[in-house]
Design a protein around this ligand. Sequence first.
Ligand code: AHR
Length: 498
Amino acid sequence: MKQTKLYIDKHMIVSKVDKRIYGSFIEHLGRAVYEGIYQPGQKTADEQGFRRDVIDLVKELGVPVVRYPGGNFVSGYNWEDGIGPKEKRPEKLELAWQVVESNQFGLNEFADWAKKADTSVMMAVNLGTRGVDDARNIVEYCNVANGGYYSSLRKQHGYENPHDIKLWCLGNEMDGRWQISHKTAEEYGRLASETGRVMKYVDPSIELVACGSASLDMDTFGTWEDTVLSECYDEADYLSLHQYYGNRDGNTPNFLASTVAMDRFISSVVSICDAVKAKKRKSKTINLSFDEWNVWYHSNEQDKKLERWCRTPHQLEDVYNFEDALLVAGMMITLLRHADRVKIACLAQLVNVIAPIMTSDTGAWKQTIYYPFEAISRYGRGTVLHTVVDAPVYESIHGDAPYVDSVCLMDEEAETLTIFALNKDLSEEMELSVDVRQFEGYLVKEHIVLTHEDLKAVNTQEHPDDVVWQTGNDVKLDGGILTAVLKDKSFHVIRLGR
Ligand code: AHR
């Protein structure tokens, strides 16, 4: 049997996990808002039209922060269209996704929904068609208790207390040619700097995320980050990363090796942030917000057939399979391994649109990717340990890829040690071992496994439980050495405690 050894030391710490690394994203796109989180008249809808079945699943999933309202959508959005009496809200042509936006759901509804779903809001401002003026106004509307036209307007709309939104994105993917009013790095960097400064005049307690590249594949990657940060280093607190992967050519080993590329992407952006820091002789460190990540490709062809100017189309509705769930687990392990710099991350997205949760008029169900996300969000708390993974490797388009991706976390207060391990080998088992003698008195409390014979297995409304957790029984703890047999193509959560 192939062997992988993990090396950990409880004094060798990466970082405490910022819980916002388990964030997600709701965009006005497809059926994410309408028919997703909001569907008045649906049998589980509450008095505000929020679907209770979806809220329950979001709560169970454990997302501490949700980015809103876009995405590409935000670059053409006038936030004022979505506030005040619903009958007075204008319908608009939504240019990013070429649909009609009814504006029956807006920022106040989202703030209310977030409270009910036990999460917080990460709000994006429009730096495509708009700029400094609207950004300062929306911060006042959301965050200022008293004084000023926009805070009074909020009160008139029935919100006496401010929403107190702490985290704000300075636009979205402004390097992308597809973005409404996209910008050069110099143009965006200047605008982000001026907008950020004014937003912080209104509320100095907010934190700001500047746009990094739309993906590692952008031609301007690197120079974009460097130029943008050189302009807005003082105003920004985080720089964003976005990346989606797809198994377009049906090569699963390459697909699962995407974590190698993701790891390199994160390290590169950290290097650029630190180079700008050194160049500018700053003491402040810019951290990362990986605020769009997921698998996205299943729906691409279908979406090309959509008619323009329809309402709430089935758009970006990827049906995720088992191998996608494996990659999602690997991507989360990669984020955790960089927990010293990745403080925020958003699974894109949350409901219906490239999402772990799907809905129809009659119910809501969990896609395959729901399972690794939920377990890692639940148990991936505490402190990430430097986890050296000594695993055999295979060749991939991203370079040598280890067969095993893994990370260990400890929580000294709760006295737990958690191991996440992904075996990417499609045909062979792997023996995993780790010396845990520093964790004296700890026992194996739980071992759960996500595995399936069919890499293409999916969960649907009719068959929602094809890809679900199984109980593992192959972990042994002997003389402080933990060994586990990782079945081919499987993801494992192994939890130790006193
Ligand atoms: O999440 C879907 C889209 O992907 C977002 O709107 C955009 O930011 C990215 O290109």
